[in-house]
Design a protein around this ligand. Sequence first.
Ligand SMILES: C[S@@+](CC[C@H](N)C(=O)[O-])C[C@H]1O[C@@H](n2cnc3c(N)ncnc32)[C@H](O)[C@@H]1O
Length: 272
Amino acid sequence: MTGELDTRTRGRTARGRLRALDAYLGQFESALLTREDGPWARAVFVDVGFGEHPWTTLESAAAFRTLNPGLSIVGVELEAERALAAARDHADARTHFREGGFALPLSAEEPARLVRAMNLLRQGPLERIPEAHRAMSRHLLPGGLLVEGSTDLDGAVGVAHLLRRRPDTETPAREGLLFHTDFSRGFAPLMLRDWLPRDLRRRVRPGEPMHTFFGAWEAAWKAAREAGHTAPPEAFAESALRLARMTPGVATDAWLLTRGFLRWSPPGGTPA
Ligand SMILES: C[S@@+](CC[C@H](N)C(=O)[O-])C[C@H]1O[C@@H](n2cnc3c(N)ncnc32)[C@H](O)[C@@H]1O
């Protein structure tokens, strides 16, 4: 189940690192997490590359099972010893740990509803990213979601791709980007640039859509501060509202803005 696409990486992880993402998914993807019609009754949540310890997988399982108590989860690891140790210590009838790579070690009886791949595409060749996205989407049911991105070690700052499986093609739709900060490091838009998913990190250059986006967010943030919104949470929320007036696809949902999330779903899809 591993192949040319997969590159060995270190396994650093931390408890709570992906908790904000769990909260986002519980809030905005509850229908996806709870669907039970047809093949969805068997559809699993897959956490790809859980690391040295399966902490984030188990935390997500607990969070998602508050919505769907019967949800099956599959933690996948390129490193066989990590997969074996997790299976030995934590597997049960609905919780599985398997060795595997982006091709995902799932049976035909296990379609996926949600695939998460956080903090593992930070190295490796850039050209392989579209194929890695396609490979991880292949097992998703149409409408299923692939979340791929990066955070710092304690999950204080991060950005993830939201990639949606389409019915007609294995190439997932680049539906949007989810930016998050918990404000523990203050806030300025450019602090999120370093956590962009790998395929976008070098794209914040003049003439590129990501550069235009960050330029507009930076201007909105400066204007918000000049208008008196200086505390990081307020500056963030106000900057998002101002950005939304200039940039199509910026969500202004209060749940997001009060929790340090900015979701940008450009009408033509996330820049490729
Ligand atoms: C830095 S850890 C991240 C752990 C966890 N996802 C987190 O966000 O804290 C990356 C893990 O992904 C694994 N990994 C890297 N490439 C992989 C691949 N193609 N398939 C499955 N696991 C992979 C590595 O072995 C490593 O244990």
